[in-house]
Design a protein around this ligand. Structure first.
Ligand SMILES: [Ca+2]
Length: 471
C-alpha cells in the first residue's frame, strides 16, 4: 500500500474492508462498450473519493466504491491538449506533434497545429471494428477541418473545439462561437455540462444493442468557473443569467469559499450517476467499462489541488499530472479494489483494443500498455519507465524514483519516502540522476522525431522561461 492509498484511507474516503474483497471472475464478452469520462483541470482534490475535503461527490464516489481506484494514475500531459492527444493515439503526444496546448488565438503558431490525418486514433480503431462512436464535450486537438473529431473516427460530436468555452454562451476566449453539432458549427442552448450529460445518456440509449465507444469530455472544472445560475461571461448577453438556469440546490451559502466550484463540479457528478443508471436500466452495465480520469492537475483557482501532491497544472511535480483515476466495470473489476500501479492516460486505448480484439496496424507500436491484468486481476504490471515533457520542462519516473527537469537542471525525488517531493536528493545520487536524465533526453528525442510538425523557434530571450500554460 503506498502513501496515496494510506492517506486516502486515513481521510476516511474508503472503507478498508472493501480492499480485500474477493476477486471477481473476469467475464469474457466480445466487444464491451467503452466510456471514457474526462474532466478538465481536476487535481487529486477534486472528488471526495480521492481528496476533496470541501464537499462530497456522491456519484463519482459510488463509481469508485463499485470499481477500482487508481492511486498512481497520471495524465500524459500537465495541460489539456497533450493528454487528449495521448488518449486518442495511445502514444506519447510528442509523436503526433500535439505536445503543447492548441491555442485559441490564430496569431499564435500553436493555433495551427492539431491531430494529423495520418494518426490512427482510438475512435478510428473502435469505429473500424463496428463500434458506434461519439464525443460529447471538449476536443482541443486542432481547429483546421482536417483536425475535426468527425474526421478522426467519431460518428457524432456535440461540443467544442477550444480549450474552454463560456458555459452558457459557448464562446471561446477569443469570443468566437464554439459549439458544434457534427461537422456543423451550430449552437444548442443550455449549460455545457448539462448538454454533455444529455447527449451521453441519449447516445447510450440509442446504441444499447450494439457496441459503442463514448468519450464524455467535460469542460469542468476548467475556467471560466460558472455554475448553472452564474452570469454569462462572454458575448452580447454578458452579465445576464440565462433563462434556462435552474435554481441552485447544492448550497445556499454563497459566501462559502467553494460554493462556485461545488456548483460547477456537481453537475458532472450528476452526469456520472445518469450514465451509470442508464447502463443499469438497459441491462448493459456488465458489458461496459467506464473510465473516469482528469486531463491534468488542478489549479489554485478551482480548489481541486490537494496537499497530498506538490504543485499544480502545467508543472511536472505530482500535482501537475497525478490525477483521479477510476475504472468501473461490473463483473470484471472487483468492487472497492485499489491499484497502486503506475498508469497513464495513453494506457486506456491499448487496454480497450485488447478487450475488443482490435490489433494496431502493422508497424505501429503504441507506447501505452494493456492494463487488463492490473485492473481485472489486480496483478502487478511489468516495470516501465515513463516520461513527461513540455518545452524545457518535464519529468521521468522509474519505479519510485522521479526526476523533475527544468532546462539543464534535474531534481531527484524518492516518491516512496517523499511523496510530496519536498527533498531534492540529487546530490546524494549523482549517478542515478545522470542515468535518468540520459534516458529522459533519449526518450524525448526519439518521440519528437516522429512529429509531423516542425515547431516554430521561440525567441531566445524567452527560451528559459516556463512554457505558456494558458488553457
Ligand atoms: Ca485541462
Amino acid at each position: 500500500m503506498n502513501y496515496f492509498t494510506r492517506m486516502i484511507i486515513v481521510a476516511g474516503a474508503l472503507v478498508p474492508s472493501l480492499m480485500i474483497a474477493e476477486k471477481s471472475p473476469v467475464v469474457s464478452s466480445p466487444k464491451p462498450n467503452v466510456i471514457v469520462i474526462m474532466v478538465d483541470d481536476m487535481g487529486y482534490g477534486g472528488v471526495s473519493c480521492f481528496d476533496n475535503r470541501n464537499f462530497k461527490t456522491p456519484e463519482i464516489d459510488r463509481l469508485c466504491a463499485e470499481g477500482m481506484k487508481l492511486t498512481d494514475f497520471h495524465s500524459n500531459g500537465a495541460v489539456c491538449s497533450p493528454t487528449r492527444a495521448a488518449l486518442m493515439t495511445g502514444r506519447y503526444q510528442q509523436r503526433s506533434g500535439c505536445d503543447e496546448v492548441v491555442n485559441a488565438d490564430p496569431r499564435v503558431p500553436m493555433h495551427h497545429i492539431g491531430i494529423h490525418a495520418d494518426e490512427w486514433t482510438f475512435a478510428e480503431a473502435m469505429q473500424s471494428s463496428g463500434y458506434a462512436t461519439a464525443i460529447f464535450g471538449k476536443w482541443h486537438l486542432g481547429y483546421k477541418p482536417e483536425f475535426h473529431p468527425m474526421r478522426h473516427g467519431f460518428d457524432e460530436f456535440n461540443g467544442f473545439i477550444s480549450g474552454n468555452i463560456d458555459a452558457h454562451s459557448h464562446m471561446d476566449r477569443m469570443r468566437v462561437q464554439d459549439w458544434w453539432q457534427g461537422e456543423a458549427l451550430k449552437d444548442e442552448p443550455g449549460y455545457h455540462t448539462d448538454l454533455i450529460n444529455k447527449h451521453a445518456v441519449d447516445f447510450i440509449e440509442r446504441h444499447q444493442s450494439e457496441p459503442f465507444f463514448l468519450y464524455v469530455a467535460h469542460g469542468t472544472p476548467h475556467s471560466p468557473h460558472q455554475a448553472r445560475a452564474s452570469k454569462i461571461q462572454r458575448g452580447p448577453d454578458k452579465g445576464k443569467i440565462p433563462d434556462w438556469a435552474p435554481e441552485e440546490t447544492y448550497s445556499k451559502d454563497r459566501k462559502s469559499e467553494d460554493w462556485l466550484i461545488r456548483h460547477f463540479i456537481l453537475p458532472v457528478d450528476e452526469g456520472v450517476g445518469q450514465i451509470r443508471a442508464k447502463l443499469e436500466e438497459l441491462g448493459i452495465a456488465d458489458n461496459t467499462i467506464v473510465w473516469f480520469v482528469s486531463d491534468n492537475g488542478g489549479t489554485g483557482g478551482n480548489f481541486t489541488t490537494s496537499p497530498l501532491t506538490k504543485g499544480n497544472k502545467s508543472q511536472f511535480y505530482e500535482g501537475g499530472h497525478r490525477v483521479p483515476g477510476i475504472v468501473w466495470a461490473p463483473g470484471r473489476v472487483t468492487p472497492g479494489s485499489v491499484s497502486d500501479e503506475l498508469m497513464l492516460t495513453f494506457d486506456i486505448m491499448p487496454t480497450s483494443l485488447d478487450m475488443s480484439g482490435i490489433e494496431a496496424p502493422e508497424g505501429l507500436e503504441l507506447d501505452g500498455v494493456n492494463l487488463a491484468g492490473a485492473i481485472f486481476k489486480n496483478e502487478s504490471l511489468p516495470h516501465k519507465i515513463r516520461f513527461w515533457n513540455m518545452g524545457s520542462k518535464g519529468a521521468l519516473r522509474d519505479g519510485h524514483w522521479k526526476i523533475v527537469v527544468s532546462g539543464s537542471e534535474s531534481l531527484l525525488f524518492d516518491l516512496e519516502a517523499d511523496p510530496r517531493e519536498t527533498k531534492n536528493i540529487a546530490t546524494q545520487y549523482p549517478e542515478r540522476v545522470t542515468e535518468m536524465r540520459r534516458v529522459y533526453d533519449a526518450m524525448l528525442e526519439e518521440t519528437i522525431a516522429d512529429s509531423p510538425y516542425t515547431k516554430p523557434e521561440k525567441p531566445k530571450s524567452k527560451a528559459s522561461k516556463p512554457a505558456k500554460k494558458k488553457n
